[in-house]
Write a protein that binds this ligand. Structure first.
Ligand code: SAH
Ligand code: SF4
Length: 357
């Protein structure tokens, strides 16, 4: 099994941790801000470029810490729709980040959001039946710096300033909780990437205990739940995690979250023909969206090679949406191609992996 690089990544460290390292090297307190300014402000690509640091210190830092954990290996797509970046990690593992430049973003309203969809693990252990990311199982958690670096490298490669982040790439973010929280802290911090918490959305397959833990965190990030089934019977056909955390347990955690955070949730709901797109599914969905304060984001299923399910016809999609609308539950449907972005996560990697058939 691949392991993460032995030297910690500088981009995994908070400002306090950078300060501690520098203090241990006998450096004055102001050096930490200099270092973070070079990384997140001036966006240098090595310790060598930090020209106001003594040469000896630059060498010491380079010996102790890795500067970057990602190398771009492939880019797919176009500037007008989506750009998919495939990155190789230090141990050779592959992950994807996807940029939707200047397009109406994931929740349907017109905006100039430039959204990046990032990964939190190599592979995924949860094996949802619609998803390419879980097809080859789970290899490892990403370090905080590998998560942060997806933002920096994508901005560097595209020349775009990202103003919205969704954790909807490969992996289950809440199963890599500590590294995720650290990465979000660095992305949010004024000395770091400086992106407001409200522009950061986490998506989870429904790890109830971690949802409650997240509710206790100070950051006001947004939360999306991959629901995809509104009864246990339907949901556990689609998502094995539902056996561990059945709907009643998940919804209890969701209510805890909305009450603590005074925030609406988003339920993601992929429409899969004959599996979860019947009128009774829409009615069950209405019930639970009302109970938990949740907006619904329907996503027509994107066919994944090797998986059998299909997308319903537009008529069937419309009929499903009509039931939600009649019940006055806030609901949108993602129709444009560029918005099927999260679905593409995991697929580029599979096409590139030597073992992927
Ligand atoms: N593990 C987290 C984050 C991954 S994002 C989670 O499960 O929430 C997963 C989201 O990507 C799904 O909720 C869905 O919105 C989207 N997605 C994945 N595969 C898809 C497919 N084949 N078609 C449409 N959307 C898909
Ligand atoms: Fe993992 Fe999320 Fe894909 Fe399920 S949907 S297999 S939890 S990445």
């Amino acid at each position: 099994m691949p392991t993460a690089s032995a030297r910690p990544l500088i981009k995994s460290l908070t400002l306090d941790e950078v300060s501690e390292r520098l203090r241990a090297l006998g450096q004055p307190a102001y050096r930490a801000k200099q270092v973070t300014q070079w990384i997140y402000g001036k966006r240098v690509k090595s310790f060598t470029e930090m020209s106001d640091l003594p040469a000896g210190l630059r060498e010491q830092l380079a010996a102790e810490l890795a500067f970057s954990g990602l190398e771009p290996v492939r880019t797919l797509g176009s500037k007008d729709t989506t750009l998919k970046y495939l990155f190789k990690l230090d141990d050779g593992a592959l992950i994807e980040s996807v940029l939707i430049p200047a397009s109406p973003a994931l929740y349907g309203e017109a905006s100039d959001r430039r959204t990046i969809c990032i990964s939190t693990q190599v592979g995924c252990a949860y094996g949802c039946k619609f998803c390419a990311s879980g097809l080859d199982g789970w290899s490892r958690n990403l370090q905080a710096g590998e998560i942060v670096d997806q933002v920096l490298r994508t901005e560097e490669l595209s020349g775009e300033k990202i103003n919205n982040i969704v954790f909807m790439g490969m992996g289950e973010p809440l199963a890599n909780f500590a590294n995720l929280m650290k990465a979000i802290t660095i992305i949010n911090a004024p000395w770091g990437v400086g992106l407001g918490a409200r522009h950061i959305t986490l998506s989870t397959s429904g790890l109830a205990p971690q949802i409650k833990e997240l509710a206790e965190q100070p950051l006001q990030v947004r939360l999306a739940i991959s629901l995809h089934g509104a009864t246990n019977e339907v949901r556990q056909q689609i998502m094995p995690v539902n056996r561990k955390y059945p709907l009643e347990v998940l919804l209890d955690a969701c209510e805890f979250y909305t009450q603590r955070k005074k925030q609406w949730l988003t339920f993601e709901y992929i429409l899969i023909e004959g599996i979860n797109d019947r009128p009774e599914d829409a009615k069950a969905l209405v019930k639970i969206a009302r109970k938990v304060k949740a907006k619904i984001n329907c996503i027509p299923y994107n066919k994944v090679e090797g998986l059998e399910w299909t997308r319903p016809s537009e008529d069937r999609q419309d009929a499903f949406m009509a039931i939600l609308e009649a019940a006055r539950v806030p609901a949108t449907i993602r129709r444009e191609k560029g918005h099927d972005i999260a679905a593409a996560c995991g697929q580029l990697r599979r096409q590139t992996m030597p073992t992927a058939a």
